[in-house]
Design a protein around this ligand. Structure first.
Ligand SMILES: [Zn+2]
Length: 189
């Protein structure tokens, strides 16, 4: 009978020189009662090992419990979304966005007219498109004024005033360009 001085483990095999657990040099031990006490210690470390799988087995259910609330999460997240989306319906924002679209469309049509004029597209068609773009900018400017006046009453940080002002300025710029073009065209006959 041999005993490990470090972990107090006993080994029936006297041919062993070193502890199988920690590699300590084993000492001879002939006390049978101590052997029984020591052999009782052996199950203890091994019991802790089976306990771990037992504790890890109940742990898979918690993920299932957690996964159940997960479906509740998207609705919980989706709920705040409608809330801000309702709140962001800012006064004048719709008019501001429409005004901005009018301005962008006007500039795109002007670009088409310039390219069309350079590539020899029929002048009457270009004239019609140009007048249409000017009307679009006029509508956009009116919408921009509406948007600015509406959004000015909105004191929140997310108000549409900046967007409305940008849209109004762009439409105003386009109208100025259109007036200059039309005046030059009229002067040129
Ligand atoms: Zn040992």
């Amino acid at each position: 009978m041999k005993r490990c001085p470090v972990c107090q483990r006993t080994y029936e095999d006297d041919t062993l020189t070193y502890c199988l657990e920690d590699g300590s040099l084993l000492s001879s031990d002939s006390f049978g009662s101590n052997d029984l006490a020591a052999t009782l210690i052996i199950p203890d470390p091994r019991m802790t090992a089976p306990v771990k799988p037992e504790t890890s087995r109940p742990s898979p259910p918690p993920p299932q419990v957690y996964s159940a609330p997960h479906p509740a999460w998207p609705p919980a997240l989706a709920q705040p979304h409608p809330m801000p989306s309702v709140a962001p319906v800012r006064p004048g924002k719709g008019a501001a966005v429409t005004s901005l679209i009018c301005a962008i469309a006007s500039f795109l049509l002007l670009g088409f007219c310039i390219i069309g004029g350079a590539t020899g597209v029929e002048e009457s068609l270009l004239g019609g498109i140009f007048i249409f773009s000017a009307v679009l900018a006029l509508v956009g400017a009116v919408l921009g004024i509406v948007a600015v006046s509406r959004s000015s009453k909105d004191v929140s940080a997310q108000n549409a005033k900046t967007l409305a002002v940008v849209a109004l300025v762009l439409n105003g710029m386009y109208l100025l360009i259109a007036i200059v073009f039309l005046t030059l065209g009229a002067a040129a006959g």
